[in-house]
Design a protein around this ligand. Structure first.
Ligand SMILES: [Zn+2]
Length: 80
């Protein structure tokens, strides 16, 4: 369920918006934190991006290789 937070943001001429400090702190967003965008009907949703394993979609024990993430469990299975 969407919750209004009482902020109205304006899109600038380059398409940027400012996420209020209160929300950045709430979601532990630092400068350059990756966000994933979703659209549904008339909504635009920003979600903190969590990398996932290319093979099993797990978010745990990831190793990045050439821009792709693989979990240690899949690395073990691949090396057999
Ligand atoms: Zn995996």
């Amino acid at each position: 369920m969407l919750k209004a937070i009482g902020n109205i943001c304006k899109v600038d001429r380059l398409g940027r918006i400012v996420i209020p400090v209160k929300i950045r702190k709430m979601f532990d967003l630092a400068e350059n934190s990756p966000l994933e965008l979703f659209v549904e009907d008339d909504k635009i949703v920003f979600k903190k991006y969590l990398p996932q394993c290319t093979f099993c979609l797990s978010h745990d024990d990831l190793v990045e290789h050439k821009g792709h993430y693989v979990c240690k469990k899949c690395i073990e299975e691949l090396s057999k």
